[in-house]
Write a protein that binds this ligand. Structure first.
Ligand SMILES: Nc1ncnc2c1ncn2[C@@H]1O[C@H](COP(=O)(O)OP(=O)(O)O)[C@@H](O)[C@H]1O
Ligand SMILES: [Mg+2]
Length: 352
């Protein structure tokens, strides 16, 4: 069992889209495992896609948000605000089987639904980290770990895999996700701010200083003080890197190479932060073998991705032809699918 957080300190790099595709495809490839998605982003984009997309998914989200009790991440957070330092063991009640809402999703996918109320709750979560018992910070940072433990217990600890979708900012929820996760997947796109974000992840999570005397994050300092584990970097996922137009393609390549050098630098200075995989593999000893293990490229899926996300149909089960998206007819080409499907399938084959 592994818990993956999907995070980069930058919006729009594909965290939610990849969470949706990864969870669905992992479930398809591993029908005997349960797959859990914890949507820790107030925007609830991955929940919306899993629940059926732009129209139906959004309707289901509204229904779930207005149900009593509120079977969402915010329902659980509310339990914890009430009982911050003692686990109420209530996590098992906050999980939904996705296929009951969207039959395009394999029946072994489960979801703790995202909720915009997280924003309103954030200040109360943060204030729970400093009064109270001496190790309040540590106990609060294990809330999501507790939630996952409760859910896995309710499944009698059957073999499973967990994906946590995060919001971009280094918010309290991102900290909770990182404290829950064993492994980190870092999506990035081909632009200068992605290069900066790659460095920011290092400094925020692992305390890597760019300049002597730079302040370190509370997350890093407190996790170290309490000897809490940090997630290991599992993979950098370059997302939407391919472009049709050849002049932009070469500009892209330059930026992607720059980011690749940055990541290679991270490995050289902090190899202990990485998770060598699959289990038992030799440690990479060249730039090439490093890249094979820790870097993956996901193509821009163009129309296929729009249709996949808008209708809540994972890319591997999308078929070619005319699709109705919000009243408009959109064509998905077989040639596009022939490229996209193996790309996602192979990515998931690299996830243990
Ligand atoms: N590989 C891809 N191909 C095409 N579109 C993509 C791809 N990955 C993400 N997108 C689109 O890019 C936008 C931003 O992605 P999203 O997952 O919401 O980013 P984040 O969660 O990091 O903010 C969404 O509209 C999403 O559908
Ligand atoms: Mg998102």
């Amino acid at each position: 069992m592994a818990i993956y957080a999907i995070w980069n300190n930058k919006g729009g790099v594909g965290k939610s889209y990849l969470t949706f595709q990864l969870a669905s495809e992992y479930a398809r490839q591993n029908p005997n495992k349960r797959v859990l998605v914890v949507d820790l982003c107030p925007q609830a984009n991955s929940s919306s896609m899993l629940l059926g997309g732009m129209t139906e998914g959004e309707e289901r989200l509204t229904e779930i948000h207005s149900s009593q009790p509120r079977r969402t991440i915010s329902g659980y957070i509310e339990d914890r605000i009430r009982s911050p330092y003692m686990s109420p063991n209530s996590g098992g009640g906050y999980v939904s089987n996705v296929s009951q809402h969207n039959d395009r999703i394999p029946s072994n996918v489960y979801l703790v639904v995202g909720d915009e109320q997280l924003e309103i709750q954030a200040s109360r979560v943060t204030s729970a980290t400093f009064p109270g018992p001496q190790d309040a910070w540590r106990v609060v940072h294990l809330w999501i770990r507790d939630l996952i433990t409760d859910i896995l217990d309710s499944w009698n600890n059957e073999d499973s895999c967990v994906f946590i979708d995060c919001n971009p900012s280094f918010s309290i929820y991102t900290e909770l996700a990182l404290s829950a996760a064993d492994r980190l997947l870092i999506p990035f796109s081909a632009d200068g701010s992605s290069k900066r974000a790659v460095k920011a992840v290092l400094s925020l999570v692992y305390g890597v200083r760019r300049h002597a005397g730079d302040p370190q994050s509370d997350y890093y300092l407190e996790s170290t003080r309490y000897r809490m584990a940090f997630p290991d970097i599992y993979m950098y996922i370059g997302n939407r890197l391919t472009q049709m137009n050849s002049s932009s393609a070469s500009a892209f390549k330059t930026v992607v190479n720059e980011i690749g050098d940055e990541i290679w630098g991270v490995w050289q200075s902090s190899p202990q932060e990485f998770c060598v995989h699959p289990n038992g593999s030799p440690t990479p000893n060249s730039k090439r073998s490093f890249k094979t293990m820790f870097q993956y490229e996901v193509n821009d899926a163009n129309t296929a991705s729009v249709v996949s996300g808008a209708l809540g149909i994972p890319i591997a089960s999308l078929t070619a032809g005319q699709k109705n998206v919000a009243g408009r007819s959109i064509t998905v080409n077989q040639s596009q699918l022939d490229k996209q499907v193996p790309n996602i399938t192979q990515l998931v084959q690299n996830i243990e």
